[in-house]
Design a protein around this ligand. Structure first.
Ligand code: C2E
Ligand code: MG
Ligand code: MG
Ligand code: MG
Length: 282
């Protein structure tokens, strides 16, 4: 509070801060509970080929069935999870559950089974034993490493930490693919991509949302796609909501896309039905 602020201002702001603080503590305790009591869930959103609409993979997205607030999306709790360190056990649960799900859909489709893409926070990736965990869960579920993709963020790469680079190289040696998520929203420079051990670039939906409205944006996305290809990276455009966006991205040469136009994220049984329907249509 600024010097000279009246007493009344204190009264006005303090209760809010207090509520927020207590709420965060509460949220943290409830989240801790949810990890052990089955309160977390995953949904799966298809990643499709823009050329022939086949499902190349699914991204696993975390949800929390909160006892009183209802179904919460990650934005509502991922910060609390990060700062409390709960993101580590949560991430472990996500990885296990996502790998088990991929093993399930692979049983129905052993050849060309879709991969599962898992979001990994920087903190989780840097936890000792993370690579071991990945190996163990792949082995336990007999899932080929090529059926797993890890989505990391730029913040992990900006740390310039040798251990991070070694671990990225090690998971890729296993055959796991690594994607950079939300590309274009941070400090990404295309030049550093040359040196980073990566396989896939996910173009953030901020860009996808504008390809249909501005030629300048379209040129920008076109540039990103071409450079990615030059560097040998696969590209996925996130957040495709309209046919226009899909058509323009296809014309630009973007091979894969994800978004509400194709499907919202769905629980596993629905994702399995989605695959069966696609198989029948083929
Ligand atoms: P993200 O990895 O970039 O995931 C894509 C987000 O965009 C998802 O939101 C998805 O539901 C949403 N989305 C997909 N298609 C469309 C579309 O056409 N239009 C719009 N408006 N949105 C679309 P969600 O599920 O709320 O996840 C938000 C973020 O939370 C994720 O962004 C990711 O950073 C984080 N997150 C999700 N699951 C996990 C997890 O298991 N672990 C960690 N560490 N982070 C996670
Ligand atoms: Mg993601
Ligand atoms: Mg993203
Ligand atoms: Mg995002």
């Amino acid at each position: 509070v600024a010097k000279g602020a009246g007493k009344s201002q204190w009264r006005r702001y303090q209760p809010e801060l207090h509520t927020t603080f207590v709420e965060r503590l509460e949220l943290r305790a409830e989240l801790d509970h949810a990890i052990h009591e089955g309160g977390l869930a995953l949904e799966f959103q298809p990643i499709v080929s823009l050329a022939d609409t086949h499902t190349a993979g699914f991204e696993a997205l975390l949800r929390w069935n909160h006892p009183t607030r209802g179904r919460l999306l990650p934005d509502a709790f991922i910060d609390v999870a990060e700062e409390s360190g709960l993101v580590v056990p949560i991430g472990e649960w996500v990885l296990k559950t996502a790998i088990a799900a991929a093993a399930t859909w692979r049983r129905g489709q052993p050849y060309g089974a879709p991969y599962v893409a898992v979001n990994v926070s920087a903190r989780q990736f840097r936890t000792p034993g993370f690579v071991r965990l990945v190996k163990r869960e792949l082995a336990a579920n007999e899932l080929p490493a090529s059926c797993l993709m890890l989505e990391i963020t730029e913040s992990l790469l900006l740390r310039d930490d040798d251990q991070v680079w070694d671990d990225l190289a090690e998971v890729r040696r296993l055959g796991v693919r690594v994607a950079i998520d939300d590309f274009g929203t941070g400090y990404s420079s295309l030049s550093y991509l040359r040196h980073v051990p990566l396989d896939v670039l996910k173009i953030d939906r901020l860009f996808t949302g504008t390809v249909a409205t501005s030629t300048q944006q379209r040129a920008l996305v076109d540039g990103i796609v071409r450079l990615a290809h030059t560097l040998g990276l696969e590209v996925v455009a996130e957040g495709i909501e309209t046919r226009d966006e899909r058509d323009l991205l296809r014309r630009i040469g973007c091979p894969y896309g994800q978004g509400f136009l194709f499907s919202r994220p769905m629980p596993l049984p629905e994702a399995l039905r989605w695959l069966r329907r696609a198989e029948m249509a083929a």
